[in-house]
Design a binder for this molecule. Structure first.
Ligand code: F0G
Length: 359
């Protein structure tokens, strides 16, 4: 792998592996090269590592795919970018659009809690045009696909754009490079089902080229109220507090199903309570602040471990797809109550738990 000090993003590092037109520029925010951090407690006997995708420039894995998709759009002479999003794709599209000097048109579901506040703030900060659609993500995606089909001057940057998955597969490359081989299991949250498909492609390519000796088995974790791949049927009204993966008709369902079948993996449904337990555990016991959808991967790992699917000493990677700051309202709601105090040492020390109040 390129050395950290020289890291200039995934296109610079992996261009010959990406099906990007040769004349495409390298538009980058130096995405990728994210940390792989060993778990201290969450592994419960397994050799568990976290791929911290929240360390990407806009705080999610989307930046890998967006760098490639927007570079491709520039090569094609697109006049604007368009996408539907539960928030992270739109934040990433807005950033890369700004850097490319292209307008971005972002369609996100309207309504309370449909998109976490941090993601809306990003889209607005980057100067994008934000359209609040009276419908859910699946409806918004259908609408922008129709729009893009009618507008040859538009670049659709959802993961139905093949360049998005090309970029995102580099997450798997990095995992292999960081561990020296693929792990035995990879646990990853699934919404529109692009990322699990991209990781699988990345692992298969690295095995074929001899860089990896094996491919992992896959756990695709879906929120129980938005689990079309677990139950084998689309969900008209997906429900979960993990708004990033509140998706009932995954656009890449076919790819994800094939990947999980080839990988001898599983799709698992994790409840909102399990997602929150994993979210709190990651922050409070591991010191890792991810967004709720990302914690679904740890919840999925724990479920698979409890079911005896994952053996005690196996090597496992959970992909933590987005940064916790994306959803400040959830973090504050889950936090301990705050206390008020006068500006004196004694008053502030009184906030310590009883056993720590005296030296
Ligand atoms: N985790 C996070 C934080 C996400 O934002 C998403 C998807 C996923 C997991 C699931 O990935 O869709 O490739 O299966 N977010 C999209 C968006 C849908 O619009 O930001 P997937």
């Amino acid at each position: 792998m390129a050395q950290t000090a020289r890291w200039r993003g995934i296109i610079d590092a992996y261009r010959s592996y990406l099906s990007l037109p040769a004349d495409a520029p390298t538009l980058t925010l130096h995405e990728g090269n994210t940390p792989l951090v060993p778990a201290r407690h969450a592994g419960r006997g397994a050799d568990l590592h976290f791929k911290i995708e929240g360390a990407n420039p806009t705080g999610s894995f989307k930046d890998r795919g967006m760098a490639v998709a927007v570079s491709g759009a520039m090569a094609e002479g697109a006049r604007f970018l368009v996408c539907a999003s539960t928030g992270n794709t739109s934040a990433s599209a807005a950033a890369y659009a700004a850097r490319a000097g292209l307008p971005a048109l972002l369609a996100v579901p309207a309504g309370d809690g449909a998109v976490a506040q941090g993601k809306l703030a990003q889209a607005l900060a980057f100067g994008a045009r934000l359209v609040l659609v009276g419908g859910n993500f699946d409806q918004a995606l259908a609408a922008v696909r129709a729009l893009a089909a009618a507008r040859p001057d538009a670049a659709l940057v959802n993961s139905v754009n093949p360049l998005r998955l090309e970029g995102q597969k580099t997450g798997a490359y990095e995992v292999v490079e960081q561990l020296g081989d693929a792990p035995e299991w990879l646990c990853i949250p699934v919404g529109n089902a692009g990322n699990i498909s991209a990781y699988w492609r990345g692992f298969c390519e690295y095995r074929q080229s001899g860089r990896a000796g094996r491919v992992p088995r896959l756990i695709g974790a879906q929120a129980a109220g938005a689990a079309p791949l677990v139950h084998g049927r689309e969900v008209d009204e997906p429900k979960t507090l993990a708004s990033a993966i509140r998706i009932g008709r995954p656009a890449s369902a076919h790819l994800a199903r094939a990947a999980v079948a080839e990988a001898d993996g599983r799709f698992l449904a994790v409840s909102d309570a399990d997602i929150l337990e994993a979210y709190r555990f990651l922050a409070r016991r591991e010191g890792i602040f991810c967004e709720p959808a990302s914690a679904a991967s740890l919840a999925g790992f724990w479920q698979a471990q409890r079911a005896g699917l994952i053996a005690a000493d196996q090597r496992v990677v959970c992909v933590l797809t987005g940064n916790g700051l994306k959803d400040p309202e959830r973090a504050i709601a889950e936090g301990e109550p705050t206390v008020r105090a006068e500006p004196t040492a004694a008053a502030i020390a009184a906030a310590l738990p009883p056993e720590l109040r005296d030296a």
